[in-house]
Ligand binder design. Structure first.
Ligand code: SF4
Length: 381
């Protein structure tokens, strides 16, 4: 046992009812009978934060049992969802009003529904948020995965979040076994960065310290889409972990292939966390060059290396007082592309996008062979 509380993400299912353009997980679902049970959840260590995610977590009709077990061992729980199963979300929050809900909304209605491929996706997500707010649920918000198609919707969505008094989280395109993707890439980097820049200035201009730190996160997203080294070290697997529907404990969801530290169905937490296999994965993390910038790995790093984002915030707030705004050209690579010292193709090569090569899906043999029998497009939820 590490002796201190950890940050955990529980992937309760790989089944998903959405058809997102940047995530092919729906093509590689887990089998319901193989998915992590509440009994296995009981073996997890104490956590200061737990994210429940999928696939779509609310596809699981026994989600309340899982949340019930996690509530006993985690100081805070946030569920990431596409917001489709409105009644299930409301019922769960009635029972666990302290649980946080983050609904993925990829833009205004037309953009969202085109990207997520979910009938009435925007209307349902919005309805869920509205009803949660009416119920007095405090920890609610929405998040978007910024890409070429929806970057112009960043500011309209941010304004909606302010009107509703909710959190607004951003991400960008990543490739990994978790997303069953290896071809995601931002095509028009300057256009996407300009939209991030507007958001960063709006966040810095607010009176909320939390939003100032979100500005830093978004600054890191511009840095990431230009293929640059992470602004903060990645310490996944040291005090942070992911667990997948098969009970496999992993450092993160950003690796090309699934990296397994141990299996919680078969081992105790102490055995797997202190095993040579876990140590071998930690050595790989130390040498990892994928440079992800996802909230799951960045949020713990921002807390651990607080002086770096805090210094950035302080510097930019001081500049604001002298009417100097944040500029995306603070990042050398952004200037280099503008001034033609680097080409778009050279930046493309620094991304994790692969032109060739099989994509990995992290499925169990049983899930994969059942999928082969049924066909990849068949819905298993
Ligand atoms: S950079 Fe960190 S989060 Fe990304 S794949 Fe490597 S170890 Fe995982």
């Amino acid at each position: 046992m590490t002796g201190k509380k950890l940050n955990g993400t529980v992937i309760v299912t790989y089944r998903c009812n959405a058809r997102c353009s940047m995530c092919s997980r729906y093509k590689a679902p887990s089998l319901p009978e193989e998915e992590i049970s509440a009994e296995t959840i009981k073996k997890l260590p104490p956590m200061y934060f737990t994210n429940i995610t999928g696939g779509e977590p609310f596809i699981r009709t026994d989600l309340r049992d899982i949340v019930g077990e996690l509530a006993k061992k985690s100081d805070r729980i946030v569920i990431s969802t596409n917001g489709f199963f409105v009644d299930r979300i409301i019922a769960l929050c009635r029972e666990f009003p302290q649980v946080g809900i983050r609904i993925s909304i990829e833009g205004l209605e037309a953009t969202n529904d085109a990207i997520r491929g979910l009938p009435d996706g925007f209307k349902r997500g919005y309805e869920a948020l509205r009803r949660l707010k009416e119920m007095g649920i405090k920890d609610i918000g929405f998040g978007m995965t910024v890409q070429d198609r929806n970057a112009p919707d960043i500011m309209p969505l941010y304004e909606i979040s302010n009107e509703l008094g909710m959190e607004f989280a951003t991400a960008s395109l990543h490739n990994s076994f978790y997303f069953v993707e290896n071809k995601n890439i931002i095509k028009d980097r300057p256009m996407v960065a300009e939209n991030f820049e507007k958001l960063i200035n709006a966040l810095l201009n607010s009176s909320s310290p939390k939003k100032w730190f979100r500005a830093y996160f978004n600054h890191g997203l511009i840095n990431y889409i230009y293929g640059q080294e992470r602004l903060l070290p990645c310490d996944m697997s040291f005090d942070t972990f992911f667990i997948d529907p098969y009970g496999d404990v992993m450092p993160c969801n950003g690796t090309r292939e699934k990296e397994v530290m141990g299996n919680l169905n078969e081992q105790t937490w102490e055995e797997l966390w202190n095993s040579p296999q876990a140590e071998a994965v930690r050595r790989k993390v130390r040498g990892c060059k994928r440079q992800c910038w996802m909230i799951g790995s960045v949020s713990p790093a921002m807390h651990k290396y607080i002086w770096k984002p805090a210094g950035w915030v302080l510097w930019h707030k001081m500049r604001f007082w002298t009417k100097k705004k944040y500029s995306m050209y603070e990042i050398p690579a952004v200037r280099d592309l503008r001034d033609k010292r680097v080409t778009k193709e050279e930046l493309d090569k620094r991304s994790t996008c692969e032109r060739e090569g099989e994509v990995s899906d992290g499925l169990s043999e049983k899930s994969r062979s059942r999928l082969a029998e049924k066909g990849r497009e068949d819905r298993l939820w």
